[in-house]
Design a protein around this ligand. Structure first.
Ligand SMILES: Nc1ncnc2c1ncn2[C@@H]1O[C@H](COP(=O)(O)OP(=O)(O)OP(=O)(O)O)[C@@H](O)[C@H]1O
Length: 237
């Protein structure tokens, strides 16, 4: 399975943010999306998750050589930097509800307890209102939703940045364990995280996407090279 972006363009008024985003993301890999402030990372994610409509271009899912279909909103699991969840439910109530409405997608042997165990939310926390959850715990609930609904594409907009080291490590392990079934793309400003977690690094610069060479990833002056690559572009934030 591949996620193919073909010529995606988006402007806000006179400002062109995405000029021509053409790229193929493969299942089984974690992609780090790097770009300066205002480069258009969130705009691209919003186009893919149907939050906004691109002016031109389209995203497709392809399952074989000649088989491709339009990417639908249900195909995309989007983790916002600030997760939106029903505050008035407990973690358990919400996950039970989510399992009920996704009966057709969930594998029969996955129980609610297992979901909570995998993301390491303690039994006593499962019965607390989501309202009192930390940012990291809310992100974990979102990851449970992805385990249940299994969207082929998972987008994470600057996750892990606000997590403590333990939660960040747990989330990294979780993403690695989930990657074989999904295309995972996450935007980050933390180069260390990108090189540590990602199989590929994609740069969004001047409205275009480009893949970084693996040789560059391995080189010891990787950080200097990335900064050099991005610094010619103005910050648009
Ligand atoms: N709804 C909107 N209306 C007008 N301009 C917008 C809108 N959304 C984004 N922009 C502009 O588009 C550009 C790209 O913004 P975007 O948030 O996609 O960048 P980003 O790469 O995610 O930045 P950051 O790394 O700072 O989060 C910015 O100049 C922003 O001001």
């Amino acid at each position: 399975m591949e996620l193919r972006l073909e010529k995606i363009q988006k402007s806000f008024g006179a400002k062109t943010v995405l000029k021509d985003c053409t790229f193929t993301f493969e299942k089984g890999k974690i992609y780090g999306l790097l770009g300066r402030n205002g480069a258009g990372k969130t705009t691209l994610f919003n186009c893919l998750s149907d939050e906004i409509q691109p002016d031109f271009g389209e995203a497709f899912l392809s399952t074989g050589e000649d088989e491709k279909r339009t990417l639908f909103p249900d195909d995309v699991g989007y983790v916002l930097s600030v997760p939106i969840l029903p505050d008035f439910l407990t973690g358990e109530e919400f996950v039970r509800f989510f399992m009920d409405i996704n009966q057709d997608k969930i594998s029969k042997d996955l129980t609610m307890e297992e979901c909570f165990d995998i993301v390491q939310i303690a039994p006593e926390d499962r019965k607390r209102l989501i309202k009192g959850y930390s940012h990291g715990m809310k992100n974990k609930i979102q990851m449970i939703c992805f385990m249940i609904a299994k969207p082929p594409v998972i987008l994470l907009d600057e996750p892990l940045t606000s997590f403590d080291v333990v939660v960040a490590l747990e989330m990294k392990q979780l993403l690695r364990s989930m990657k074989k079934d999904h295309v995972i793309i996450f935007s980050t400003h933390i180069l260390q995280l990108a090189t540590d977690l990602c199989d590929e690094i994609v740069v969004l610069s001047e409205g275009h996407l480009s893949l970084l060479d693996h040789e560059m990833l391995k080189s010891k002056d990787f950080e200097e090279q990335i900064i050099e690559l991005l610094k010619d572009e103005e910050s648009h934030g």
